[in-house]
Design a protein around this ligand. Structure first.
Ligand SMILES: [Zn+2]
Length: 293
């Protein structure tokens, strides 16, 4: 009896084997869940309350990678500072760049802020251009399409299900975007500065007036000279809003705000960065509510 039960169990497991997907960031995990549905199991590596450029390596992350059938990365070198050693530790050849189980979504994105000269010695953490394209909700659909293609390739038996999930998701998402774009219209022309280049895609999409970054270069701590420059610029241009992420020190932004009479707004950079942003929609809704009301 036990043996029969065991065999039945084994058959059930293989019949309903899910594709083990690991994503580097939470927003990618949410998109995979939308199109993968019941045929995938999703694990996310980065904690969304920490700096996305530098994820603390933990043995549990290596274990997740070792078991994965598919690794979905943001790309644009956002993971360059932390993912390679984890992949070396996992020794899962299926996940190497170019292998069947690897997907870099930046390939379907037009990158902003490509530097003319790249020098890591200058501390530039964006050598391929700005990798924070997840902040623009219009990029979600193209990424969902790319992930669907990959899941269908890896798990052909369920490709019809993936295509169906995608169609339903896109219909709903496009509807959501229409309402979202209307709401964001109220913020067109709003003058802001940001700490890091995190929100550039979002600000460009919704036609904010971005007067620069508190960091003199992406990843470089502001000096007292560069801080003073920001204060003067904000006074001159009458900029009253500073966008601050959840993970950098907040004293500099608060100092600049005090000197220039501006407000500091904490803006999430990923699904789950602040409370109440556990889904794609609540993530983008929170940005709209914090920036635009
Ligand atoms: Zn960055």
């Amino acid at each position: 009896m036990k043996k029969i039960l065991f065999i039945t169990l084994l058959a059930t497991v293989s019949l309903f084997a899910k594709v083990n997907v690991v994503t580097t960031y939470a927003y990618l995990g949410e998109i995979v869940k939308e199109v993968g549905g019941e045929n995938v199991k999703v694990d996310v590596l980065a904690d969304p309350t920490f700096d996305p450029h530098f994820v603390v390596p933990k043995p549990s992350l290596i274990t997740k990678l070792r078991r994965a059938d598919l690794l979905v990365v943001n790309g644009g070198q956002l993971e360059i500072g932390w993912l390679p050693p984890l992949l070396r530790g996992a020794q899962n050849g299926e996940l190497n760049a170019g292998a069947k189980g690897f997907l870099d979504v930046s390939g379907v994105i037009t990158m902003l802020n490509k530097p003319a000269v790249v020098s890591r010695a200058l501390g530039d953490v964006h050598p391929d251009g700005n990798p924070h394209f997840a902040l623009d909700p219009h990029n979600v659909g193209v990424i969902a399409k790319l992930i669907t293609k990959k899941l269908s390739l890896l798990d052909g038996e369920n490709s019809a299900a993936y295509e169906k999930n995608l169609a339903l998701f896109l219909e709903e998402w496009n509807q959501y975007l229409k309402q979202y774009d209307t709401k964001m219209g109220a913020c067109k022309g709003k003058k802001v500065v940001q700490y890091h280049e995190l929100f550039t895609y979002f600000l460009k999409r919704y036609e904010f007036e971005l007067y620069g970054n508190i960091e003199p270069l992406p990843g470089i701590t502001p000096s007292s000279k560069s801080i003073l420059k920001t204060v003067n610029l904000m006074k001159e241009k009458n900029v009253k809003t500073i966008l601050q992420d959840v993970y950098h020190e907040k004293k500099t932004a608060q100092f600049i705000a005090q000197k220039s009479g501006a407000d500091v707004i904490i803006v999430p950079h990923d699904v789950g960065s602040v409370e109440g942003t556990d889904t794609l929609k609540s993530f983008y809704n929170t940005i709209e509510m914090r920036l635009c009301r």
